[in-house]
Design a binder for this molecule. Structure first.
Ligand code: FHN
Length: 687
């Protein structure tokens, strides 16, 4: 009987021998060194391009499709293959694309070598479903690799694991009821994926990132993800791999986006910017400029350039990367609206890229006028103050900043004319010119001595900001060397104000302000919270009820919750809870659930929906939780004071594509958070 230790060693040796090394356990130093160029780059271009650019989002009169059109329009594979003979992007010019990205200030390009539809933008020996089977007959990725090499841009590949074309990939789409699964061999499919990755990592020069996607179906697993991660690194040890190579973490993680799962080098929040970033981890937000990844000729919902520039600053201020998407047309052109935005961003980056590249996260938790990035320069600190809202009095306040200033100037000022900096109690104040030079984002440089020494205002916390009898409030700070003082009349605390001793109990509506003091002097900004005393909403008149909620099931392609009252349900009935069992398809569906809940006592109740995609929760016909929008699993909360008895409950939900889930929870002051149990859910017995 060999020992477990010996068995593990044998396993590890076998595992390493397969790929020469176990890359999953590299040292922190090796990991950081490998990530350095990517971390410094901060800004990249995402390109979703393929056969789906030909229908350009439209199919049989419906115009809401994108790169998912083969599935969302339920186009049989033989029908979809006809696009092969139409793909001829004669206006494609790799040099133009790469120069456009470079002039926008982007340092890397991630292009779909293969999306879920299975079409390969490159010349692969392992499939004919590739660009060489089209009239274009030119290896798109070869052109791009050469153009990127010339311009010093890192070329990266998005490669979908999910493949709706390859006969060995399972599962089929749920509507492909006549497409045989006979002979499908998933192990052979994985071998195909590895062969293609070997082509991508061998034939196109230096590849920066392999951006996996389509990792959420049941045939994929973390074990396969780890194996693929090691395989790719064995081909190119320096390559970076995102966290969609393994299975997404369980939605219970409640983080609302694909955090670092069990395997992968960086987190991939999509269409959103995590409020606090992902402290201590590498992460990259990917985002469309309008509402589609693949080209949709009808989609004119373009984000303004100012919004994109501010998003870039916001992401960089949290130490994240921004991967901004373009969906080229079937002719091989970037849409003009995309070009205009990239140009505007480039103009801003030409002046301000020093405040983005190679920067690290802000030392401030929040700034009400904009964002901050920073660099360590010879042991001192350079702060880049991204000003979105120009102060009317010209005074830019940095609360709780204890460093001595060295100099300040406008980054756009070639002469670096000095701006005066003064200290007002805990804050440094930079005196700005009257006119805001760049209304999208003006960067002010502030050099300070040493590492940032910032004292955030105290934290004021309570169960909720509403209460029905009394509420206990805590006031805390991370700094030991300070006294906490507070007021209950909305005034800014002074050195004579009440000292915080434990919890502060309130019995009426109050505005509580708190501040840190040291040796009688204020050493932080002021935190202020208003707590409101409310009367609980009256319950409904008692009536006969039946267990379960009523549901109405809808089908459609939405980017946010529709008004279901204006739509005709596909079916309706009752369910024991908020499940999706009546649905006919995995995507493009919605539910409206209605019922009543019976509560045992008067209290303030928090309700939660945790959903992918959007959801809303209403109590007594009032909106309590708004969790609408296209997003990964994301939890939102709402508080309401309710009296004991029956209250009307309504939950609405929609799913566009990809993952889907809905969890409805609640808690009160006396009861910990838990999913709303079926035994609490009823609907009126009245017809
Ligand atoms: O299903 C894909 C989608 O088409 C697109 O590629 C995005 C971009 O990150 N990823 C998946 C949805 O999460």
């Amino acid at each position: 009987m060999i020992s477990i230790r010996l068995f593990t060693i044998i396993l590890l040796v076998l595992f390493n021998s397969a790929y020469g090394q176990d890359y999953l356990h590299e040292s922190k130093a090796e990991y950081n060194a490998r990530m350095q160029w990517w971390q410094d780059a901060r800004f990249g271009l995402f390109i979703h391009w393929g056969l789906y650019a030909i229908p350009a989002g439209e199919w049989k009169g419906k115009t809401g499709h994108g790169e998912w059109i083969r599935h969302s329009a339920q186009i049989p594979v033989e029908e979809y293959e006809k696009f092969l003979k139409q793909f001829n992007p004669v206006k494609f010019n790799a040099d133009t694309w790469v120069r456009t990205a470079k002039e926008a200030g982007m340092k890397y390009i991630v292009i779909t070598s293969k999306h879920h539809d299975g079409f390969c933008l490159f010349d692969s020996k392992y499939t004919d479903f590739d660009v060489m089977s089209t009239p274009f007959q030119r290896d798109i990725l070869k052109d791009l690799a050469e153009a990127c090499r010339k311009e010093g841009i890192k070329l990266c590949f998005y490669h979908s694991i999910m493949d709706w074309h390859h006969p060995d990939y399972l599962p089929r789409r749920n509507w492909e009821t006549t497409r045989t699964k006979e002979g499908a061999d998933f192990e052979r499919f994985v071998h195909y994926v590895k062969n293609e990755l070997k082509e991508l990592l061998t034939n196109y020069g230096d590849v920066g990132v392999i951006w996996f996607d389509g990792n959420w179906e049941s045939t994929w697993s973390n074990a396969r993800g780890k194996d693929l991660y090691n395989y790719v690194r064995s081909l190119s040890p320096k390559v970076i791999i995102n966290n969609r190579v393994g299975q997404p973490p369980p939605s219970e993680s409640g983080i609302g986006f694909r955090d670092i799962g069990i395997v992968g080098d960086f987190g991939t929040p999509e269409q959103e910017i995590p409020a606090q970033g992902l402290p201590g981890k590498y992460w990259e937000t990917c985002m469309t400029m309008n509402d589609h990844w693949g080209y949709n000729s009808h989609d004119d919902d373009w984000k303004p350039a100012e919004d994109l520039i501010r998003k870039l600053a916001d992401i960089a201020s949290k130490s994240g990367n921004f991967l901004l998407n373009v969906g080229p047309t079937s002719e091989g052109l970037f849409p003009q609206a995309s070009i205009d935005r990239l140009h505007a961003i480039g103009q801003w980056m030409k002046v301000n890229n020093e405040a983005i590249y190679g920067t690290s996260a802000s030392p401030f938790a929040t700034l009400d006028w904009g964002r901050c990035t920073q660099k360590n320069i010879d042991g001192e600190t350079r702060l880049y103050l991204h000003v979105f809202n120009w102060p009317n009095d010209g005074k830019l306040v940095l609360p709780g900043m204890f460093n001595s200033p060295k100099q300040a100037y406008l980054l756009s000022d070639p002469h670096k004319n000095a701006l005066t900096v003064s200290r007002v109690e805990d804050a440094l104040v930079v005196n700005l010119p009257t006119a805001m030079p760049d209304t999208m984002n003006t960067v002010v440089v502030l050099d300070i001595i040493g590492k940032p020494d910032v004292s955030e205002p105290p934290r004021i916390s309570s169960d909720d900001d509403i209460f029905i009898d009394t509420v206990d409030v805590s006031v805390t700070s991370d700094r030991e060397d300070v006294e906490l003082r507070y007021t209950l009349d909305g005034n800014i605390p002074s050195s004579k104000s009440e000292l915080v001793h434990g919890l502060i109990r309130l019995s009426g509506t109050t505005t509580l302000s708190a501040r840190c003091f040291r040796n009688g002097k204020p050493v932080s900004g002021t935190a202020t919270e208003t707590l409101t005393k409310v009367s609980p909403w009256r319950s409904m008149r008692e009536e006969n009820t039946i267990p379960g909620v009523l549901y109405k099931y809808y089908e459609g392609d939405w980017d946010s919750l529709p008004d279901f009252n204006k739509l005709k349900p596909v079916k309706e009935g009752s369910l024991p809870n908020f499940n999706f069992s009546p649905r006919n398809q995995e995507d493009h569906f919605g539910f409206a659930y209605t019922g009543v809940i019976r509560l045992q006592e008067d209290d303030v109740y928090d309700f939660f929906t945790n959903s992918d995609d959007g959801s809303r929760l209403y109590i007594d016909d009032s909106l309590v939780v708004d969790n609408d929008g296209l997003h990964g699993m994301l939890e939102k909360r709402g508080a309401v004071a309710l009296s004991a008895g029956l209250h009307a409950l309504r939950v609405t939900f929609f799913e566009k594509t990809g993952d889907d889930d809905l969890k409805v929870s609640y808690r009160s002051r006396k009861m910990p958070k838990r999913e709303l149990p079926s035994e609490l859910l009823f609907h009126s017995a009245r017809k």
